[in-house]
Design a protein around this ligand. Structure first.
Ligand SMILES: *[C@@H]1O[C@H](CO)[C@@H](O)[C@H](O)[C@H]1NC(C)=O
Ligand SMILES: *[C@@H]1O[C@H](CO)[C@@H](O)[C@H](O)[C@H]1NC(C)=O
Length: 353
């Protein structure tokens, strides 16, 4: 029965029983968990592989937790205006992880991506002993002809590149750990696929950054290195894959997945896959883990998923005026103070009934 959550109000505790790697690391990565590292001190209560990872790689554990947190935040940003908004501060959340719907796929992918990202970033920042800047490119004697600025100024690999391979491997080791045990079970195959899709969405979109040297502006020599994509970009790409997710079912051998429906192409490694249709998330439902959309703020003019019609599931909405304080009429005084007045701002909100 690990770990212990504390609500923001500190009023109640929710106990979760992590059933696999993702729910464990989401739990550890929850900003509300009292102490992320406490999970490792209680290793006797952790199952096999996780306990081993905690003991052998304690520094990585806290980066993994950071990565899970990054995934949580991105999930909440991407789903902020949808019926299911990736809320984890409630007892429904674990239910999502135990299913095999599109939302589950997104959560697995964004978490594995977050872990690969955070570990890699820690390497570049010099925060881990086991890794550092990417340097295999630097050892290459001749920069590839297709590289940045090819044909123009001379340039070389240098600076501090992101060692994404290291982060990718750690994400695999930590996130795939429990799912691997039962390779024949369809849910495990789907989870592992989506974990990989998330990691690849970081690894396959590395960008090149360069810096000029030489007399001001001349750029006689350039130094270039590889950086990971911005994590927002990873979230955007995974949301696209969520929208185009593939439905699959288990093959007869129990070890393969086949797309459902005819004329459907095989999902590629970066596609998200699922095996069960999502509930509509309109009403609270304990079984599916839907908190319902009552009380959600909707957009009265939008025609998309954030619009009141869709978000409130046709139940209608009420308008409410909220007022809050905001800085206004700010003036700059020489030197260097900014003085503002406090204004009361009123805003009309539409709220699902
Ligand atoms: C997400 O949904 C929950 C439950 O429906 C709600 O309490 C919360 O305020 C929502 N979060 C955002 C950012 O809209
Ligand atoms: C509501 O939707 C309209 C139209 O899509 C958009 O222009 C506006 O920014 C939205 N408002 C909010 C508060 O998101």
């Amino acid at each position: 029965m690990l770990p212990l959550y504390q609500s923001q109000l500190g009023l109640f505790f929710i106990l979760l029983c992590p059933t696999n790697s993702i729910s464990l690391w989401w739990a550890v990565g929850n900003p509300l968990v009292l102490d992320p590292n406490s999970i490792c001190r209680k290793t006797t209560r952790l199952a096999g592989k996780q306990a081993e990872l905690c003991q052998t790689q304690p520094q990585i554990v806290s980066e993994v937790a950071k990565g899970a947190r990054l995934g949580v935040r991105e999930c909440q940003f991407q789903f902020r205006a949808r019926r299911w908004n990736c809320t984890i501060h409630n007892r429904h959340f674990g239910k999502i992880l135990r299913q095999d719907i599109r939302e589950t796929a997104f959560v697995y992918a964004i978490t594995s991506a977050g872990v690969a990202y955070a570990v890699t970033q820690a390497c570049s920042m010099g925060e881990l002993l086991q890794c550092g800047c990417e340097n295999t490119l630097r050892r290459a004697a001749v920069p590839p002809a297709a590289g940045p600025g090819a044909g123009a100024a001379t340039w070389e690999w240098g600076g501090c590149g992101d060692d994404v391979e290291f982060g990718y491997d750690k994400s695999k080791q930590f996130m795939d750990a429990e799912s691997k045990k039962a390779q024949s079970d369809i849910k495990s195959l789907i989870d592992l696929h989506n974990n990989e899709a998330g990691r690849l969405t970081v690894k396959n979109y590395m960008r090149t950054e360069c810096k000029c040297h030489g007399l001001s502006g001349s750029c006689a020599v350039k130094t270039c290195w590889k950086k990971m994509p911005h994590f927002r970009e990873v979230g955007d790409r995974l949301l696209d894959r969520f929208n185009g997710a593939f439905k699959v079912m288990g093959g007869n051998d129990g070890k393969t997945l086949i797309p459902v429906g005819h004329n459907i192409k095989q999902p590629d490694k970066q596609d998200l896959i699922y095996s069960a249709e999502s509930p509509d998330f309109c009403l609270p439902n304990r079984r599916t883990g839907s908190p319902g959309t009552r009380g959600r703020v909707c957009n009265g003019t939008a025609m998309d998923v954030s619009g009141c019609d869709l978000l409130c599931c046709g139940r209608g909405h009420r308008d409410q005026t909220v007022s809050f304080q905001e800085n206004c009429q700010c003036r700059f005084h020489w030197c260097c103070v900014v003085q503002c007045n406090q204004c009361t701002v009123r805003k009309e909100l539409s709220i699902c009934v």
